[in-house]
Write a protein that binds this ligand. Structure first.
Ligand code: GLC
Length: 458
């Protein structure tokens, strides 16, 4: 698919997908629900992780929740990161942004502070997006933040700020490059492809050599070439030779370590690691006019869905021209971060969870503990149908308040709850069970349930 048609597809599906909370179970169980059309789904059958992948991915899987930042010249332009192509802006005009680019001092420290307040446990920041501008010092092009307006190495500032805070460092790198004369031509001209591959390998080598330990390499824009053209296996070989502990995604067309469903939540199979990346409004790079912010609750429900299906969640913010986060982004992220302080045990280090959600709640699990995340608070009582495992106790997670309940074959009925929702934006109940909580999702259960007949009165 070429850039424009792929982009059109993303734009066409983006709004619907962005607002939908779509779990893997939702996809398989609710056939009538709108189907996600991910730009980067997991392969139909994923290769099972190797021992080395399991070793490198351990911290990453435990981290579960990351903050994605798209920052570049497009942040000054303020109409998303594809503007130079979508609006066919002449390069002579677009390049002037590089001279005006002026991130405020200490911007990376501010990003790390917000990431920490949001509860994120790793970060991924753009070193170069499709526009080709390098946010780092490089010997390979003058189109970089050291030679242009900022006169600063923004990647170095970010890496240092993150490391100082103990925050794992992810680098986003776009293979596709609209500024480089060989970028587009590489698909039709072998000499151009060779030059472009040398340039690409050179930039990646600099990024993975000059900044100490890098934890994640987040490839993107694997166009216009395929795996062979990018020499993707050789690329990863170089990456692992330079950074033996790094994890890489599969967007350079090699399989890499994890899949990256975009604006959708689709679990990979076969134990393959996956990470759903999503925007907090509808834009990756800053769009001054985009006010379609997700509510803190929708954002959190997406995180819960990823946790339930054992995936990671990477939430994106596009800072404004000088690197400041839009105010709504800070507010939403901080609200979710505050929630995680009291409820994080239900999100991090959880196990696969079989129970499915009713319309008002979702579930995660750790060992024999079932976490019921109630997003539409029903008032003084909450029910859970079909649980087949004996419940020993129920309490509110944040306050530890014990709750009264009864259980029969069809229902766990929790009573005596406050009429007003106790926690925002979601209230989590903890059900301690006798064994791993399982739910009967089959029709048989409803068949067996006693019914009253027509004309039968009590
Ligand atoms: C899409 C967009 C790109 C963005 C990426 C993040 O591929 O084209 O601009 O950086 O998603 O996943």
């Amino acid at each position: 698919m070429d850039h424009i048609s792929r982009r059109s597809m993303l734009v066409g599906t983006g709004a619907a997908l962005a607002s939908a909370v779509m779990g893997a179970n939702a996809q398989t169980k609710a056939a009538s629900a709108p189907q996600a059309c991910p730009a980067h789904p997991a392969p139909a059958s994923s290769p099972a992780p190797t021992a080395d992948q399991a070793r490198r991915l351990k911290w990453w899987k435990e981290a579960r929740y990351g903050l994605f930042i798209h920052y570049g010249l497009y942040s000054l332009h303020g109409r998303q990161e594809w503007a130079v192509e979508k609006e066919a802006i002449p390069w002579s005009e677009y390049e002037s942004l590089a001279r005006r680019f002026s991130p405020k001092p200490g911007v990376a420290k501010e990003w790390v502070r917000i990431a920490q307040a949001s509860g994120a446990r790793y970060m991924v920041v753009t070193a170069k997006h499709h526009e080709g501008f390098c946010n780092f010092d490089t010997k390979l092009t003058d189109f970089n933040s050291m030679k242009q307006g900022p006169k600063r190495d923004l990647v170095r500032e970010y890496v240092e700020a993150a490391r100082e805070a103990g925050m794992p460092v992810g680098i986003y790198y776009s293979l596709m490059d609209w500024h480089h004369p060989d970028g587009e031509r590489s698909s039709v001209d072998e000499a151009a492809r060779k030059r472009f591959i040398e340039y690409t390998f050179g930039l990646i080598r600099e990024l993975l050599t000059n900044y100490g330990k890098i934890d994640i390499l987040w490839y993107d824009g694997g166009m216009p070439l395929e795996a062979e053209g990018w020499e993707a296996e050789r690329m990863n070989k170089m990456v692992f030779a330079l950074q033996p502990d790094i994890v890489v995604n599969g967007r350079n067309h090699a399989s890499g370590d994890f899949s990256t469903p975009e604006q959708s939540i689709i679990a990979a199979n076969n134990g393959r690691a996956w990470e759903s990346c999503m925007t907090l409004n509808e834009s990756w790079g800053y769009d001054a006019a985009d006010d379609e912010w997700k509510s803190p609750r929708t954002h959190l429900r997406n995180l819960i869905t990823c946790a339930r299906d054992q995936g990671n969640f990477l939430i994106n913010v596009g800072p404004t021209a000088d690197g400041t986060f839009p105010e709504p982004a800070v507010r939403i992220l901080t609200e979710v971060g505050d929630w995680l302080k009291g409820n994080g045990e239900a999100i991090f280090n959880t196990d696969p969870c079989q129970p499915w959600r009713p319309s008002y709640a979702m579930f995660t699990r750790r060992a024999n503990t079932l976490y019921m995340h109630v997003h539409f608070w029903p008032g003084s009582d909450v029910s859970l149908s079909g649980l087949q495992t004996k419940v020993k106790s129920v309490r509110l997670l944040k306050s530890s308040t014990s709750l009264a309940f009864t259980q029969d074959a069809w229902r766990v009925h929790i009573t005596g709850l406050p009429a007003e929702v106790p926690d925002h934006p979601i209230t989590t109940l903890v059900l301690e069970c006798e064994s791993e909580p399982r739910m009967n999702l089959d029709h048989e259960l409803r068949l067996a349930k006693p019914r009253l007949g027509v004309n039968v009165t009590l």
